[in-house]
Design a protein around this ligand. Structure first.
Ligand SMILES: *Cc1c(COP(=O)(O)O)cnc(C)c1O
Length: 338
């Protein structure tokens, strides 16, 4: 058996999820009449207490639509230097929205109100790009799955209000944060102007993300989704997986978090592991000594049937998920030891 810890995107739909997909009523979403897509969008908007939602193929698309819709060419987006929107969206932030990016040095990828306040450009100075949007990520992938608390975000929201900035959340793994903290989706709906969530990560769906915001914002994002070729027809098959996952796969995320901590305990005993980032949710990042390259180490793991990704020259990432079981955990410990 292969132990696949590359990402929480590698899961296969469960038999019950496939059943829900096969039996979903379908329509044409570009005409707005796929009942399952509409049900998913309504369900998620209501969950977060936001006006509207838009179902999309990927979290990259929902983030990009948010940035495109909130900004004008020449504006500036403020985010952490480790953000997914900067590092992992193929340059989309700059190419799709024609904006510049102010990259801030947060702690494990988390920004503070002070850092943001200092990065806001004087809007009266025509030399500087117009600061327009702050984008946070929760949980923070490159920071090892750490999360913001609601009071931390509320303080950032205040800075945004003071400077008339829009606040966006890349919540690809927001449900991991909600399960870990006990915070409510409604609290997040109050804090952000727009939120992107992924169904294809910890929730175990094959494909899909949603963008949330006001009715006008989502109507505009829907235009841009079409422009980017993201109008999809009988997408209800995929929406049905999302509805199923929201009903059945949210609470179980705490199991992924507990298995991630158990991986941490296993890694602590490994002589080649120099440092393990604090394990807050389902992501485990560890550091190897200067003498071992992460690419070599990951290749050795692959030979033992363990799949992982490099996360820096000497950093490796494991992510737990729906298809990583206690059996895999036991097997992981054995294989790491040989
Ligand atoms: C996975 C992920 C996304 C979206 O990725 P897609 O593969 O495009 O769905 C966005 N932000 C973060 C932090 C992610 O981990």
């Amino acid at each position: 058996m292969t132990i696949d810890l590359r990402s929480d995107t590698v899961t296969q739909p469960t038999p019950a999820m496939r059943e829900a997909m096969f039996s979903a009523p379908l329509g044409d979403d570009v005409f707005g009449d796929d009942p399952t897509v509409n049900a998913l969008e309504t369900k998620v908007a209501e969950l977060f207490g936001m006006e509207a939602a838009l179902f999309c193929p990927s979290g990259t698309m929902t983030n990009q639509l948010a940035i495109r819709t909130h900004t004008r060419p020449g504006d500036e987006v403020i985010c952490d230097q480790l953000s997914h929107i900067y590092l992992y969206e193929g340059g989309g932030t700059m190419a799709n929205a024609l904006v510049s990016v102010a990259l801030l040095p947060g702690v494990r990828g988390k920004l503070t109100p002070e850092l943001i306040r200092d990065a806001v450009n004087n809007p009266a100075d025509p030399h500087r790009p117009l600061s327009r949007l702050v984008s946070l990520e929760n949980t923070m992938n490159k920071g090892g799955g750490c999360y913001y608390t609601v009071p931390e975000i509320a303080a950032i929201q205040q800075v945004c209000k003071d400077h008339k900035l829009v606040l966006h959340l890349d919540g690809a793994r927001l449900f991991n944060a909600l399960i870990e903290t006990g915070d409510s989706p409604e609290a997040y709906g109050q804090l952000f102007d727009s939120i992107s969530i992924c169904l294809s990560k910890g929730l175990g769906c094959p494909v899909g993300s949603l963008l949330l915001g006001t009715r006008d914002f989502i109507a505009q994002a829907r235009r841009y989704r079409k422009l980017m070729g993201g109008g999809w027809r009988q997408a209800g098959f995929l929406a049905a997986a999302g509805i199923y996952a929201l009903d059945h796969h949210v609470n179980r995320l705490k199991i992924d978090h507990s298995r991630a901590r158990k991986i941490g305990a296993i890694l602590e005993k490994r002589p080649e592991v120099e440092e393990i980032y604090p394990i807050d949710t389902n992501i485990v990042i560890f550091r190897l000594p200067e003498s071992i390259l992460a690419t070599d180490y990951v290749a050795q793991l692959a030979e033992k049937g363990i799949r992982a990704v490099t996360f820096g020259k000497h950093l490796v990432r494991f992510v737990t998920h729906l298809d990583f079981t206690d059996e895999h955990l036991t097997e992981l410990e054995k294989r790491l030891a040989v």
